[in-house]
Ligand binder design. Structure first.
Ligand SMILES: Nc1nc2c(ncn2[C@@H]2O[C@H](COP(=O)(O)OP(=O)(O)OP(=O)(O)O)[C@@H](O)[C@H]2O)c(=O)[nH]1
Ligand SMILES: [Mg+2]
Length: 341
């Protein structure tokens, strides 16, 4: 599906940058999660914040927008919004897309969740287009600048096995190199499909913590608010080029580049949740990064207590002839616990 967006005029660009500025006095940060039904949106919020949003293994579940206020420090709240999943039925989708259209305008960051094991893109692309129907160029640019695509349920990509690294009494899940490479390629594929076509419209921003100043096309600094903007599509080649030319600003380019990343994650394995939260906070701005530092400081989002890992392994070998269970992974793990580790 070829999409060619005309470039923004200087006035339009100024308007987009103004909307993306987050006033330091507006201490309510809003993050919304959207995507097809069943991709694991509610589960992801539960994994991030220990909430108990309803989830369902079979049928569409979230029917109304749920708001989840996360107050880390008094007076500054991070609002997460769980939206109903699209793809339920034509009639339901019409209402949901209308809700998306209204609600996304007031969100600061929008997570668009896609099942990691999916490869058909038409439904999501068409839904994105439907949301933007009737949008002006500036509104499209604002929406695309706020969007981050995520690949959910990354744990379903196997074999080869995922690696559970046991560190003391906690476990961190990592994909085996082959799975990691598949995830990287998938992320690139979705980046090319969903982000690149709108690349010329996207305005990415990050905070200026290093007297950043360069004279290159696409970059602009807002000295009053300490913000750096980049307009356009920052791909891996551009990142590499700028990092080589200005090594002192490596971290700035990295943060800008992160805004265009498609992030694979898993709620079940708690994989990459820390990285996802970091990208969200960076996208929300410096103020949010300071206010909600606690969420990412300890790496706890990616950790699972060792005793809970046995519930995540599901192999049971049964012989119908003898009606015997020959092997059950969780039991095996239990017997090894005392002897192995
Ligand atoms: N393997 C695996 N399953 C997951 C993961 N996250 C969610 N699930 C399962 O996927 C199913 C659907 O999850 P939900 O969180 O209800 O999905 P949703 O996107 O909120 O669905 P709607 O509310 O209908 O839009 C549930 O059975 C979850 O247990 C994950 O990271 N890995
Ligand atoms: Mg849900």
């Amino acid at each position: 599906m070829e999409i060619k967006e005309p470039d923004l005029t200087p006035d339009q660009l100024k308007l987009v940058q103004d909307v993306l500025k987050k006033s330091v006095n507006d201490r309510q940060f809003r993050v919304s999660i959207v995507g097809q039904t069943g991709v694991g949106k509610s589960s992801l919020i539960n994994a991030l914040f220990g909430t108990k949003l309803k989830t369902d293994p079979v049928k569409p579940c979230t029917k109304e927008i749920e708001d989840i206020p996360i107050e880390i420090k008094q007076g500054s709240t991070l609002y997460f919004y769980d939206l109903p999943g699209i793809g339920e039925s034509d009639e339901a989708d019409e209402g949901y897309l209308q809700k998306y259209r209204e609600h996304l305008q007031s969100s600061d960051v929008i997570l668009w969740a896609i099942h990691a094991d999916n490869r058909s893109v038409v439904f999501d692309l068409q839904s994105l287009k439907k949301i933007m129907e009737g949008y002006t160029q500036e509104q499209k640019a604002i929406l695309m600048s706020k969007l981050t695509f995520i690949l959910t349920k990354a744990d379903v990509l196997h074999p080869p096995s995922w690696i559970a690294a046991k560190i003391g009494n906690i476990v961190k899940f990592l994909p085996a190199p082959e799975t990691n490479s598949t995830l990287e390629q998938k992320s690139l594929y979705y980046q090319k499909t969903f982000i690149e076509p709108y690349g010329s419209l996207i305005v990415s921003k990050t905070y200026n913590d290093c007297d950043f100043y360069i004279q290159e096309d696409g970059f602009k600094c807002d000295e009053d608010l300490g913000l750096i903007y980049y307009k356009g599509y920052m791909n891996a080649e551009k990142l590499d080029k700028y990092q080589q030319k200005y090594p002192q600003y490596k971290k700035v380019f990295e943060r800008l580049y992160d805004n265009y990343q498609v992030i694979p994650c898993s709620s079940v394995f708690r994989y990459n949740l820390n990285k996802l939260m970091l990208v969200i906070l960076n996208k929300l701005g410096h103020e949010a990064t300071i206010q909600f530092q606690k969420l990412i400081a300890s790496d706890a989002l990616d950790q699972i207590p060792f005793e809970q890992t046995e519930n995540l392994c599901n192999l049971l070998v049964y012989e119908p002839k003898t009606q015997k269970t020959l092997f059950e992974f969780s039991r095996w793990l239990n017997t090894r616990k005392t002897t192995w580790w």
